[in-house]
Design a protein around this ligand. Sequence first.
Ligand code: SF4
Length: 318
Amino acid sequence: MVKVHDTTGPRPRHPEKAHKPDNPVRRKPGWIRVRAPQSRIWAETRDIVRKGKLSTVCEEAACPNLGECWTRKHATFMILGDICTRACAFCNVATGKPGPVDEDEPRRIATAVATMGLKHAVITSVDRDDLPDGGARHFARVIHAIREVSAQTTIEVLTPDFRNKDGALETVIAARPDVFNHNLETVPALYPRIRPGARYFHSLSILNRARELDAEIFTKSGIMVGLGETREEILQVMDDMRSARVEFITIGQYLQPSPKHAAVEKFWTPQEFKALEQAAWSKGFLMVAATPLTRSSHNADADFEALRKARAQGGASA
Ligand code: SF4
């Protein structure tokens, strides 16, 4: 059921990558094991998603944790359509010209959240550079809709960078999500190749700005490793995040979705992940998730609880 890259169908998922030379997909090492999605609860989650005509990043990004997460009734909803206006070299979400905003989507997301009984809902979106506000108003509407039907549910938004969209971040933060998450994705030196439509220091600045706008909000950011970065560059990103007062860092192994995507340069071992995790703790993050299969929304519910406790106990925070 996971949608995979397909260049043979009527419309390739990534038309802008079609002319690129193939990067052979490397065999995954033994420590990266993906559980096949099959269980009663997994099927229930799938049915709720289908019935609500919703998109999830779990499927669109071909996430390796889908079987595990959906079996725990944890899915990350992707709003504003399933076509992205950026063309990042690592991402499996389809690219092209998106359709109009679905004004009924906030209601359907809220219904799904209530039906699933989610304690913590994670909402992300495609990039919508075509919209004047980058989709910020729609994010706010989704947050309000969830609050209306499920007041106890905590809400985490994982947003695009809203580059060149004045007031967009302010609109999202004014809706008072519990967690503001924006991924830096990779080290600055790799942005031109991996995330050409984004700017590292802009992404960093919106994380800092989110805390300026709302000192109570929790901020979170993540990177993938395996794209050619060095350990020193990763440590520098950690320092940059702490300077921007980010409290929660996620670090996971990049997995190549298709031969047209950026190649995996290295599979970081579980021991190397452990060392990165320890380095991150030492830099003062309140919460750290760093394993090969860590994704920014993986275990987001339990991790948010831990993050909240850490702050309540007076953990380090810039
Ligand atoms: S890690 Fe996130 S994107 Fe992946 S399956 Fe779990 S909830 Fe979905």
